[in-house]
Design a protein. Structure first.
Length: 131
């Protein structure tokens, strides 16, 4: 899913289960295939839309079984984002933040990617924000 897409286009592309829909927000949930553990791993995906109706923020919370998986996932994303964007810098909320530029047909725009561990649970939050 890309920034600036309208809700109807996001709804066509998103494969997770839609849980909530408002004029400026779509909320989806995706349950990962079960393994041998009793806990179900899942991701909550939220899209927030600007006044013109385009995607402005994408927030993904991934809920995992244990701290080992959490550490591994954080390391994987850190390696990937550092390779793609360069070193991260922390923000005021504790996120590791990377900056990027999206080349679009009509206009280029800047965006940020933030990563932080979940509080009080195992998992991470990824946030994509159009600047």
């Amino acid at each position: 899913v890309d920034f600036n897409l309208p809700q109807d286009e996001v709804r066509k592309r998103e494969k997770a289960k839609l849980y909530e829909r408002t004029l400026d927000h779509l909320f989806y949930s995706y349950v990962f295939p079960k393994d041998s553990t009793a806990f179900s791993e899942y991701a909550d995906i939220q899209y927030f839309f600007d006044k013109l109706g385009g995607v402005e923020i994408i927030n993904v919370s991934v809920f995992l079984n244990d701290s080992i998986q959490q550490v591994q996932l954080i390391e994987t994303y850190n390696q990937y984002f550092n390779y793609r964007y360069g070193e991260s810098s922390p923000d005021d909320y504790g996120y590791a933040v990377w900056k990027g530029t999206m080349e679009a047909e009509d206009d280029d725009y800047d965006y940020s990617v933030g990563l932080i561990p979940l509080q009080d649970e195992y998992g991470i939050v990824l946030e994509y924000l159009r600047d």
